[in-house]
Design a protein around this ligand. Structure first.
Ligand code: NAD
Length: 293
């Protein structure tokens, strides 16, 4: 495997491109506009500088990493010689379906098609291609350059060979692949999101304040970050959409998203990316926002 195309250059796509390029792969990074790609390159350079400061990387390696990334706004052009495509666009079934149909039509026959979806069915996405045995979930964690886990999701028709190839590629970039079957939320989010939802319920019911809930989980359970702060970091819209998938997929009330989460998303308070969620990230970082129920 030499040539990897990453579709979507947002929070996840930029990190995925960074990691593959750092380990010597040629990366074609695709987004809808040149502006989005320029922003992604700024993010990648800042993260490489952070690695430089920590002496994880040399100046020569930083330059070589940046040189291995090529930018595209035309999907067809970007996948001409791809050995692997990793899709990291919005968490929307219809958008992903359209992209996978295009990838299938224009990527080389033996190219593996991976999705970084947080919760959508790999089997359903694969059904939009004529190569379901080559479609797989490659669920990187945020922030990608820092987090070592990659959850590998085997769709109903994903072949053993595809799983082995992707597992070994993940090890090549010094991450840890762990395989899960294709059921709602896979493993990581099936466990994480109900915990976050319960923290929001506790807040909603007035059991404790934002900071108290977060500190209890940090000091009591050894979590590096409280669940409400983590929800802000993931994006409250992403949290809501994963919970909807769990609720719908299992048909159990225990996964029903808290009404407070729905209200925050409807109000456009999506967490760090909009500078407001459970905390205020503008002038006075980390201050909890007083909520009205
Ligand atoms: P994001 O909104 O930061 O980035 C998505 C990017 O895709 C945007 O730059 C957008 O312009 C681009 N895009 C949209 N349609 C496109 C198209 N047709 N062709 C090319 N580019 C297109 O989103 P994100 O947070 O990076 O999430 C991407 C995926 O990763 C989602 O499926 C999400 O569920 C998953 N994920 C997110 C996280 C997280 O913590 N944010 C963690 C794990 C997985």
């Amino acid at each position: 495997m030499k040539n990897i195309t990453v579709v979507g250059s947002g929070a996840m796509g930029s990190g995925i491109a960074h990691c593959f390029a750092q380990y010597g792969y040629n990366v074609n990074l695709v987004d809808l506009s040149k502006e989005a790609l320029a922003l992604a390159m700024v993010k990648i350079e800042n993260n490489l500088d952070r690695q430089l400061k920590k002496e994880v990387l040399t100046v020569e390696e930083k330059t070589a990493t940046l040189d291995r990334i090529s930018l595209f706004t035309e999907l067809k052009e970007a996948i001409k010689i791809a050995d692997l495509v990793v899709e990291a666009v919005a968490e929307d079934q219809a958008v992903k379906a359209k992209i996978f149909a295009q990838l299938d039509a224009h990527a080389p026959q033996d190219c593996i098609l991976a999705t970084n979806t947080s919760s959508l069915s790999i089997t359903t996405i694969a059904a939009f291609t004529k190569r379901p045995e080559k479609v797989i979930g490659m669920h990187f964690m945020n922030p990608v350059p820092v987090m070592r886990l990659v959850e590998i999701i085997k769709g109903h028709q994903t072949s053993k060979n595809t799983v082995e190839t992707i597992t070994s590629l993940t090890e090549q970039i010094e991450k840890v692949p762990l395989v899960a079957a294709d059921y709602p939320g896979f493993v990581a989010n099936r466990i994480l999101l109900p915990m976050i939802n319960e923290a929001i319920e506790a807040l909603f019911q007035g059991v404790a304040e934002v900071e108290a809930i977060d500190e209890m989980m940090k000091l009591g359970m050894g979590h590096p970050m409280g669940p409400l702060r983590l929800a802000d970091f993931i994006g409250l819209d992403v949290c809501l959409s994963v919970l909807e998938v769990l609720h719908q997929g299992f048909g159990k009330d225990k996964y029903a998203p808290c009404p407070l989460l729905r209200n925050l998303v409807a109000a456009g308070n999506l967490g760090v990316k909009t500078k407001r969620g459970f905390y205020d990230y503008s002038d006075n970082p980390k201050q909890p926002i007083p909520l009205q129920f």
